[in-house]
Design a binder for this molecule. Structure first.
Ligand SMILES: N[C@@H](CCC(=O)N[C@@H](CS)C(=O)NCC(=O)O)C(=O)O
Length: 225
């Protein structure tokens, strides 16, 4: 059976987890917090070279990087598909997923240490984050109107990216910018409300909530946060 290593407070961990749930694939969750080194779990580097979560344990070996894991899951378990039928539509789903990850999630992620540690960000970094987010938020409607799904008329990996990676942008915006930049994107608030009603998304959120105390305890032990 596939084993997913990581922890449920991680949005990146939840990317393959949601794909596995949506496809109805059996898997086991193996709790592993990040933080490699002498103090914690150095053997995890054999599963994920930079010590990042998630890592998927397959019969052939480990795969790290959520995008590569999604690719494996889609090819190894093609039905039900989380991609559209045509090469163009598949590319558009990948384009939207990558846009969300690179220009929104990774930009907002710079302030996660401040969010978790309840500290004020460096003003120069905050300005860069705000500029980057505003630019990407203004461009996002070019890729999706979020009327039904993130792309097209079926649930795809672009929905997984939007459901799991955009909440960080909202949190960072609300706490450090005093506004949620994503609420300016037409259709997105209603889209997210709809997606949160999906049973597997509810399972993801329940997993996050259940993991939260353990994750916070880990941060405290590792970084004194
Ligand atoms: N590009 C990686 C990013 C994974 C990632 O950054 N995971 C976080 C947890 S949400 C992590 O492991 N952080 C610890 C670190 O970067 O050392 C992926 O898509 O899997």
């Amino acid at each position: 059976m596939l084993k997913l290593h990581g922890f449920a407070s991680s949005n990146y961990y939840n990317v393959p987890k949601l794909a596995l749930l949506e496809k109805g694939i059996e898997f086991e969750e193996v709790l592993s917090y990040t933080g490699v080194g002498p103090k914690y779990n150095p053997e995890y580097l054999d599963k994920s070279p930079l010590g990042k979560v998630p890592a998927l344990e397959t019969p052939e070996g480990f795969i790290s990087e959520s995008r590569a894991i999604l690719e494996y899951i889609e090819r190894a378990y093609p039905e039900p598909s989380l991609l559209p039928a045509t090469p163009f539509d598949i590319a558009k789903v990948q384009e939207l997923s990558q846009f969300i990850e690179l220009y929104l999630e990774l930009v907002a992620r710079r302030l996660i240490p401040n969010l978790l540690g309840r500290t004020q960000p460096d003003p120069a970094v905050l300005k860069e984050v705000e500029t980057g987010l505003d630019k990407a938020v203004a461009a996002l409607p070019k890729l999706s109107n979020f009327e039904q799904f993130a792309y097209g008329d079926q649930f795809t990996t672009a929905d997984i990216a939007a459901i799991l990676n955009l909440p960080i942008v909202r949190s960072v915006g609300k706490v450090f910018l005093g506004r949620d930049p994503l609420s300016e994107v037409p259709g997105l608030d209603a889209y997210h409300a709809r997606m949160e009603e999906r049973p597997h998304v509810k399972m993801i959120r329940a997993g996050e909530a259940a993991d939260r105390p353990g994750f916070m305890a880990h941060l405290k032990a590792m970084y004194g946060m």
